[in-house]
Ligand binder design. Structure first.
Ligand SMILES: Cc1ncc(COP(=O)(O)O)c(C=O)c1O
Length: 462
């Protein structure tokens, strides 16, 4: 008997027909979002405050959120697995965060002078990440921007090395080879530095060099070639913008060694992994300590804030003003109140235990469906985050993601989820994020919808 390769069960015409049908349902279900889009697009390019919020055929405009649920302007109720791009591990309108923020509103919302809250939060971040010094920012972009300045100042060198296919915010040094198209990205042994959009001087793009993830030899070769020129290596310890790509065993340790012996600053961008995957983020999970950690998203419980942790010598550059780490709203008391409640009251050790267990349950449910229907897919997850990767083989780097993933299945699964009350990120290359307010029923609902998708996709042709 011949074994059928799982991918052979997928009939492309069937996927296309199902996609067309689900698209029509999606348009109908979200007609009010369509009308809102017309008004919004008249005043905001693309009808959105940020490019990440665009959608096809239009963004889904939300009305409100509570617990693990959100409601859109058409009145559709969803269980939220988007969770504000992984920010809302605390759940929507969490009473503890709300109480902390409301109390601070009554005591003043902004001073641009330091308050006790910033000391408390900095101490908690030190406890979680083990890095001795912290400063605050207003976003992940600002955190990685400051990290690059620190690396360049510390090394008195200019070149930055990043990983092909990662996003670190939208400033010049890192808007390089974020999603490079195959025809521009060059040979794997020497990837090109491809600007991610217009507006970046070539001279700056050229200062950022890229290497594939999970390949310490490639990094070593580049660092040897650029001897004495590289200031910093910036990376997510686990890639989080091409679904989730975990580091292979030993990779992060070698990156740490390769950078340390050359006096290169190692920056872990934990904006996404941060407080979402463990109390001390991926740094704790993998046990490798960088020189700088960048945080944002989940640490502030839904208010806009970020932080940057650093070693003693780097902190000296900041303390004496040689590196200008600054901003009117840094350490804003409302943001600090939300961060304190998030990190100390809500995301406790017990909360992480529950989040990890819920994530395992959800992944196991999806794995059961994958096996039962023979889908060319597997799950990957850590902490509160996980995803179904539509590839029968593991994905180890961006180029794998480009070539091995069935992107049409990702698109169709997205439509099934959205049309059946599961709110997902607009980018299909993202992952789910659970909150402490998701229930077992919410997880079961996700699996139920995923199973409906699997059943329809693999049904025998009539
Ligand atoms: C890994 C990573 N770093 C940095 C950023 C930028 O963060 P922000 O959108 O808060 O500027 C993001 C945003 O998605 C991210 O995923």
């Amino acid at each position: 008997m011949t074994t059928i390769e799982p991918a052979a069960r997928i009939d492309r015409d069937r996927v296309a027909a199902l996609t067309e049908r689900q698209r029509a349902i999606h348009r109908e279900r979200t007609a009010e979002s369509g009308r809102t889009y017309e008004r919004a697009a008249a005043v905001m390019p693309g009808g959105v405050p940020s490019a990440f919020q665009t959608g096809d055929p239009w963004p889904i405009y939300l009305d409100r959120g509570e617990g693990a649920r959100v409601w859109d302007v058409d009145g559709n109720e969803y269980v939220d697995f988007h969770n504000g791009f992984g920010v809302m591990c605390v759940g929507h309108a969490n009473p503890m965060i709300a109480a902390a923020v409301k109390a601070q509103v009554d005591r003043g919302t902004h001073f641009a002078a330091p308050t006790e809250g910033s000391i408390t939060v900095a101490n908690e971040l030190r406890r979680r990440w083990g890095l001795p010094h912290w400063r605050f920012t207003n976003s992940g972009t600002e955190a990685t921007l400051d990290a690059i300045h620190l690396a360049r100042a510390a090394g008195d060198r200019d070149v930055i090395v990043k990983i092909e296919g990662t996003y670190h915010g939208h400033h010049d040094a890192v808007m390089v080879s974020v999603k490079p198209p195959a025809d521009l990205m060059g040979d794997r042994s020497r990837p090109a530095s491809v600007p991610y959009g217009l507006g970046y001087p070539v001279a700056l793009t050229d200062l950022t060099r890229v290497v594939p993830f999970n390949d310490a030899d490639a990094l070593e070769r580049l660092l040897d070639e650029l001897e004495g020129q590289v200031a910093g290596v910036i990376m997510e310890p686990a890639m989080m913008n091409v679904n989730i790509v975990p580091p292979v065993p030993g990779y992060l340790e070698r990156v740490r060694d390769l950078t340390a012996v050359r006096g290169i600053t190692l920056i872990f961008d934990e904006v996404k992994t941060g407080a979402a995957v463990a109390a001390g983020g991926a740094t704790e999970l993998y046990g490798v300590r960088p020189d700088v950690v960048c945080l944002a998203k989940a640490i502030c419980g839904g208010l806009p804030g970020g932080a940057i942790g650093m070693s003693d010598p780097l902190a000296e550059l900041v303390a004496d003003g040689r590196v200008r780490q600054q901003g009117t709203f840094n350490g804003n008391p409302l943001v600090m109140a939300a961060a304190e409640a998030t990190l100390i009251q809500v995301l406790t050790d017990e909360a992480y235990t529950r989040l990890h267990s819920a994530n395992r349950t959800l992944m196991a449910g999806c794995e059961r469906v994958i096996a039962e229907y023979g889908l060319p897919a597997h799950t990957v997850g850590m902490g509160s985050k996980g995803c179904v990767v539509f590839s029968a083989e593991p994905v180890r780097e961006y180029r794998d993601y480009q070539t091995k993933v069935h992107h049409d299945l990702s698109d169709l699964a997205w439509l099934y989820h959205m049309n059946h009350g599961i709110f997902m990120t607009p980018g299909r290359d993202e992952e789910w994020t659970l909150s402490v307010l998701h229930t077992d029923e919410d997880l079961a609902r996700y699996v139920e919808v995923f199973e409906a998708f699997a059943r329809d996709v693999t049904a025998p042709s009539p």
